[in-house]
Design a protein around this ligand. Structure first.
Ligand SMILES: Cc1ncc(COP(=O)(O)O)c(C=O)c1O
Length: 366
């Protein structure tokens, strides 16, 4: 199968194999050495000197940890949304009793920093801003993230970033952009199976945590930091995923961050060009298209559900459908992690075959 969804992404055989190694004591010296090494590697990819905690949880768990450690019930927060995953922060905020102001941008477009500035001017009591770096549901990157960070800080706000589907694939230099809390997830560009979330925390965020009254237990980042100092995690970690991560980081650091970012840019351009040449329309506005996932409008007269079904069953290629209100209207072509020209080429051929099979005719072709 050519897994062309925006996560989980293909895991190289050698990474999968690394995960099959003999189990070790998670309170012993081998694990201490392992977590020290993987934490250093993850920090290199985050381009940060901040603390980075690895949690055994999915990306949403990482998001929940970012919320519960920095926001108490009743706190006013601004949540900037450009799609389904931004709205997950809204759901989380509501569940934990935060006073949520959502600044929603149309699906397909990116966040406008000037409107974030306006929203923060309108309510100076807001001291926390949430934003998604790369919105996987719409194939949009919030390219103005550095400016959003500058604006948030100018209002004395903490900025919490979901970089789950960007970090490791698209540049997101945490220290250079001064991002306070950043979350990523193993099943995206990291070439590791699902189950680990990475959360970076800077001094501004630790300071907030020390004052934050919100009860938390499994996701308490201060506990995770204290445990890490003795080479452990507070709870039993997904040790096999750490084995995978260790191996995948070796591959990533050997390739080099700049090369990884350039490869993702190349794969994304190839995907977009191929899709346009089939006469299809991209969902993301021009200039903010994601380099990890391309969202495509399902052409008039074609059933989106049929498209992903035929691609999978007859062409061995798995595309993702649309989520929420975009179900049936778009499909998504993932190109992140362990992806090369051949994978994209095959994906495009499968798409062309699928469309042909569904009776769609590319303009200008026989
Ligand atoms: C941008 C973004 N945020 C959050 C999530 C949620 O992560 P998970 O499904 O691992 O909980 C995803 C995963 O698809 C994502 O792409």
């Amino acid at each position: 199968m050519n897994l062309r969804i925006p996560g989980p992404t293909p895991v190289p055989a050698e990474v999968a194999q690394a995960g099959a190694a003999e189990m070790i004591n998670h309170r012993g010296p081998e694990f201490a050495a392992l977590i020290k090494r993987t934490t250093e590697g993850v920090k290199t990819v985050f381009q940060t000197q901040n603390d980075v905690l690895t949690l055994t949880t999915s990306g949403s768990g990482g998001m929940e940890s970012a919320l519960v450690n920095h926001v108490s019930a009743g706190d006013p927060v601004l949540i900037v949304t450009v799609g389904v995953f931004g709205k997950r922060f809204v759901d989380l905020g509501n569940v934990y009793g935060a006073r949520v102001t959502e600044l929603a941008f149309d699906f397909g477009s990116a966040a406008d920093p000037a409107r974030i500035d306006e929203a923060l001017r309108a309510d100076p009591s807001i001291k926390t801003v949430f934003v998604t770096h790369n919105e996987t549901s719409t194939g949009v990157t919030n390219v103005d993230l550095p400016e959003i960070a500058r604006i948030a800080h100018s209002h004395d706000c903490l900025l919490i970033v979901d970089a789950i589907s960007s970090l490791s694939s698209i540049p997101c230099p945490v220290d250079e952009w001064d991002l306070d809390v950043v979350v990523s997830g193993s099943q995206k560009g990291w070439m590791v199976a699902p189950g680990l979330a990475f959360v970076s925390v800077n001094e501004r965020a630790w300071e907030r945590q020390r004052q934050n009254q919100q009860p938390r237990f499994y996701f308490d980042l201060q506990r995770a930091k204290a445990a890490l100092e003795s080479g452990q995690t507070p709870w039993t970690p997904a040790v096999s995923l750490y084995f995978q991560l260790d191996h995948a980081l070796g591959l990533m650091l050997a390739e080099g961050l700049d090369s990884i970012h350039a490869r993702h840019k190349r794969m994304a351009r190839m995907t977009r060009d191929g899709i346009r040449s089939l006469g299809l329309e991209l969902f993301a506005s021009e200039g903010v298209e994601s380099d990890t996932v391309t969202a495509v409008k399902v052409p008039e007269g074609i059933d989106g559900g049929q498209l992903t079904k035929v691609a999978r069953e007859e062409f061995g290629t798995v595309f993702a459908g649309g989520q929420g209100e975009l179900r049936g209207k778009i499909f998504r072509f993932g190109h992140l992690g362990w992806v090369r020209e051949d994978d994209v080429q095959q994906g495009l051929q499968a798409l062309e075959g699928t469309l042909d099979r569904l009776g769609y005719r590319v303009a200008g072709r026989a």
